[in-house]
Design a protein around this ligand. Structure first.
Ligand SMILES: C[S@@+](CC[C@H](N)C(=O)[O-])C[C@H]1O[C@@H](n2cnc3c(N)ncnc32)[C@H](O)[C@@H]1O
Length: 248
């Protein structure tokens, strides 16, 4: 599952990433965004994915080997440390990382430092501060709470998307374009809530937000579908924000 992947593809299309570019994916995890960059810059380009999670980096390296990528490597490095090292990139991507960083203003400045003049930054952050439903959906609300309370307990800021423009302006970017898309649910258009809860189950339990018994993951998807059918609602559960910013 690549939650928000179609939105990432649209951001990439609008960023016009040049073939042969040098590119950095910050907080690459298992490389889902990095591999898009590898494809966008082509064989003449050079892509680096950085993260602090050794397991995720190993998985990313394994996938890169399987894909036979020669233009991509994965390095254990902190964003703030890399910004001190003097390397500069044509393109930087960073998806769902900023919300976890304790000093977002410093991170935005690090992006600016790490870009070459005319380089482009592509950010994607989800934001849970805007929600609406035309009728009550208590189970959907509870599932969303499990997800976002866990993320908050891990230190993340669920309101990052609405602050991207301010953060980037303060960091010195002056060519900034923001895009946003809502995650919409109707009776016949489900959001991948149960899949996300399943993937996060160990984290939800570790954060003490809910137990596996309370969540009952094997029936959650069916119970959400039944609730959607009865509620006949149209709901917005969160927003995906994208920012394209150029260093002039
Ligand atoms: C929610 S994951 C997102 C992974 C990937 N960008 C994606 O969209 O699938 C956040 C990642 O950021 C990494 N991360 C957090 N702080 C970091 C930092 N200061 N420098 C580099 N990576 C960091 C974490 O280890 C984690 O793998």
């Amino acid at each position: 599952m690549d939650n928000g992947g179609a939105f990432t593809d649209r951001l990439f299309a609008q960023a016009h990433i040049p073939r042969g570019a040098t590119a950095l994916d910050v907080g690459c995890g298992s490389g889902v965004v990095t591999f898009r960059l590898s494809q966008a810059v082509g064989d003449d380009g050079d892509v680096v994915g950085i993260d602090l999670n050794a397991k995720a980096l190993d998985l990313a390296r394994q996938t890169a080997d399987e894909l036979g990528l020669t233009n991509t490597r994965f390095v254990d490095r902190d964003l703030m440390d890399l910004a001190q090292e003097g390397t500069r990139f044509d393109v930087i991507t960073c998806r769902r990382v900023l919300m976890y960083l304790p000093d977002q203003a410093a991170a935005a400045k690090a992006f600016h430092t790490l870009l070459k003049p005319d380089g482009v930054l592509i950010l994607q952050e989800h934001d849970a501060t805007l929600q609406h439903s035309t009728s009550a959906r208590p189970l959907a609300d509870q599932a969303r709470d499990w997800i976002w309370k866990t993320v908050q307990a891990e230190g993340a800021n669920p309101g990052t998307g609405f602050h991207l423009h301010h953060l980037l302006t303060e960091a010195g970017f002056d060519d900034i374009r923001l895009l946003a898309e809502a995650i919409v649910e109707t009776p016949d258009q489900p959001a991948p809530t149960a899949d996300i809860v399943r993937a996060m189950l160990p984290r939800i339990e570790a954060a003490g937000i809910a137990t596996a018994k309370e969540i009952d993951i094997d029936t959650l998807d069916a119970r959400l579908a039944a609730e959607r059918a009865v509620a006949r609602s149209t709901s917005v559960s969160e927003m995906m924000f994208g920012a394209l910013a150029r260093r002039t």
